[in-house]
Design a protein around this ligand. Structure first.
Ligand SMILES: [Zn+2]
Ligand SMILES: [Zn+2]
Ligand SMILES: [Zn+2]
Length: 652
């Protein structure tokens, strides 16, 4: 390991420190009390914020760079003197979790820049109740304990995703532990400084608090309401009383997100919808419980904030089967649309900002089925006018686009068709239009313009595996490799540092014969990109190679950021060329997704970078709920919806 040196940014001339821990001790001893204390953390590329007090800097270090100052992790750097050890221990106990409120309140500097460092000082300070601490009575301490314990349980549930029964078991074991400790103390105590009776009273009270917090979901949520501004989601009654949906009023959740930022522009609001299927472990049917989730995303936020999952939130959750009922659906959609419209027309006021914030709805992302359904288009992709962007029919998808171009759907024409469908009222589909859009009353929404194609579903999960599959089938047919060779190569390939997190599973014979490729969207994309390297010796012999190279080039444009407008005509040409080659070489595989690829140029002109409208941005949030649903087997959707709000409470 190469020796790294650290230099103190606050000393004009200082010699280097051989590890960060000694530098930190130096800063602590020499510069802590300086009035001009101002330090920028440059320990990792993502850092870079400034800290004007030592305490805020220390909080940041313990939160994000704990390994650098942690004694137990740094076995190779033994502390040089007793003094160092004492300092380290002292630092260890001033870690945010163990922070002593009295220490904080004595330091007036900390409160001078409350907004500036809100993010790094974290939750302890957000919920910091200064009046409660100044009267340090016994009762207040027990309250603090209850709050601490509630937070601990929240972390177990929301970060580590432990089911409720495990959380309860941990709590009851804690109480037993206290009992045992108390008994041990009693046997040991001969000459006591504090009376055993007092001590027992304290332990009993602590056990009581722990018990009461974790006893039931109701008590727990009540405690969350007290301590963490948790508010339960709003219940929507659909046609009957048993059919319920839950939603979190945007006004409320957006506010709790925004209070941490300072951006006064009008913001873009994007929506995303996807389903969660949960199989009952005892039941036989697959996906016996299906939920539909709606998420929102605040765009135009500063880049650093945007990539955090917190600018994305759950808006509504509902049983999918309830949405199939027209009446239920219109009840739910009316409430959601009203909520979204209110945000657009009235905006919201954020306490720390001077001006009101307004939102503009831009797009709704989802897979093709969900987008078609919400737009009121037909849900079948194997007949009729399946495309929600143009009037191509299923049979016409084989016509090369060099000969013909299909009319795009326009607002006026679409509205005419919708009127005709409503007038007929016989459930017949006219030119791919089945009904009005679910969101027809949403300001800024139009079925032909607000449902862009999604590159995760069309490319990473659509065309890429299709081409990989076709190439590998050709490898087999030309007898260049056997099925087991392919499996062995894909499993033994050593993926590089940046790809290792997206390492795709090996390609098996079964997948190839069923025309599928296993793995997630990013894994498939990874396999696609590395295909020429994994099969470097035979790729030149494949007749389908031109398909690969063109698609590869298309992807490099569609995933590009930034994307120049002058590139678009070339991209359009590439997509048409790819379409033609598909018709020529793989006519059986000209799927709707191959057609959707030709829609991207127009979509980019209308909506900007596809990567910003991609479902990928929502996948992390959605995955959290998917995992939660599968891990805990919660069939009551209230739990899922309420957990989202709780999650805010600890994330902020
Ligand atoms: Zn220094
Ligand atoms: Zn840092
Ligand atoms: Zn089309």
């Amino acid at each position: 390991m190469s020796q790294q040196h650290y230099f103190c940014p606050l000393c004009i001339s200082s010699s280097g420190f051989h590890n960060y821990r000694t530098l930190f001790t130096h800063i602590r001893i020499e510069h802590r009390k300086e009035s001009s204390f101002n330090i920028r953390c440059e320990l990792s590329a993502s850092c870079g914020s400034r800290y004007s007090t030592f305490d805020s800097y220390r909080s940041h270090i313990y939160r994000y760079h704990h390994s650098l100052v942690d004694l137990s992790d740094n076995n190779d750097t033994v502390p040089s003197s007793i003094d160092d050890i004492v300092n380290d221990l002292e630092n260890l106990f001033s870690h945010p979790t163990f922070n002593n409120e009295l220490d904080v309140i004595n330091d007036p500097e900390l409160f001078m820049f409350p907004d500036e460092e809100l993010d790094d000082t974290g939750h302890e300070f957000l919920n910091f109740d200064s009046t409660a601490v100044s009267i340090a009575t016994e009762q207040v301490n027990f309250d603090k304990l209850a709050q601490f314990y509630t937070r601990f349980l929240l972390e177990l549930r929301e970060y580590h995703l432990l089911p409720q029964n495990v959380v309860q078991s941990i709590s009851s074991k804690f109480c037993s532990l206290f009992d045992i400790i108390m008994k041990l103390v009693k046997t040991k105590a001969s000459s006591s400084f504090i009376s055993i009776i007092d001590m027992e009273a304290v332990f009993t009270h602590v056990s009581f608090i722990i018990n009461s917090v974790s006893k039931s979901e109701y008590n727990f949520l009540k405690q969350c309401q007290n301590d963490f501004d948790y508010q339960p989601p709003t219940e929507i009654k659909l046609t009957t009383n048993e059919e319920l949906a839950y939603y979190i009023p945007l006004n409320r959740s957006v506010k709790s997100n925004l209070s941490r930022q300072t951006n006064s522009n009008s913001l873009l609001l994007k929506l995303y919808t996807d389903g969660i299927g949960i199989t009952n472990p005892i039941g036989a049917k697959k996906d016996s419980h299906k939920f539909t989730c709606f998420y929102y995303l605040l765009d135009d936020l500063p880049d650093i904030v945007r990539s955090q999952v917190n600018s994305i939130g759950l808006h509504c959750i509902c049983y999918t089967k309830h949405l199939n009922n027209d009446n239920n659906r219109s009840i739910l959609m009316n409430i959601l649309v009203e909520d979204l419209n209110k945000l657009q027309t009235e905006g919201i006021t954020i306490p720390c900002l001077s001006s009101r914030i307004y939102f503009v709805f831009s797009t709704l992302s989802g897979d093709n089925l969900a987008s078609n359904e919400i737009g009121g288009f037909q849900k079948s992709f194997s007949s009729g006018s399946f495309c929600r962007h143009c009037f191509v029919t299923y049979e016409q998808r084989h016509i090369p686009l060099t000969d013909i171009s299909f009319l795009p759907r326009t607002r006026i024409k679409h509205d005419m068709i919708v009127n005709k469908v409503i007038a007929n009222n016989d459930g017949q589909i006219i030119q791919g239009v089945k009904n009005e859009s679910w969101l027809k009353d949403l300001i800024g929404f139009h079925a032909t313009e607000s449902l862009p194609p999604d590159m995760m579903h069309d490319i990473a999960e659509g065309v890429c595996p299709l081409i990989i599959n076709a190439l590998l089938i050709e490898v087999i047919q030309q007898r260049l490799l056997t099925y087991s060779d392919i499996e062995q190569r894909t499993s033994c390939f050593i993926y590089g540092f940046y790809d290792s997190s997206n390492k795709p599973p090996p390609v098996k014979k079964q997948q190839l014969t069923h025309s599928t490729i296993a793995g997630t969207a990013s894994q498939k994309l990874c396999l696609f990109r590395l295909f020429p390297i994994i099969f470097h010796d035979i790729i030149g012999d494949l007749t389908l190679l031109p398909l690969y190279t063109i698609l590869r080039e298309i992807i490099s444009y569609i995933y590009a950021n930034p994307l120049r407008e002058s590139w678009l005509p070339y991209l359009d040409d590439l997509c048409k060329q790819f379409h033609c080659l598909m018709i020529e070489h793989l006519p059986d595989r000209v799927t709707p997704k191959v057609h959707f690829l030709t829609e991207y140029t127009r979509s980019i002109e209308m909506h900007g970078l596809p990567i910003l409208n991609s479902c990928m941005r929502f996948e992390a949030k959605h995955l959290y709920f998917k995992r939660l649903a599968i891990r805990t087997f919660y069939f009551k959707i209230l739990c899922l919806a309420s957990r989202n709000v709780i999650n805010y409470a600890i994330a902020c």
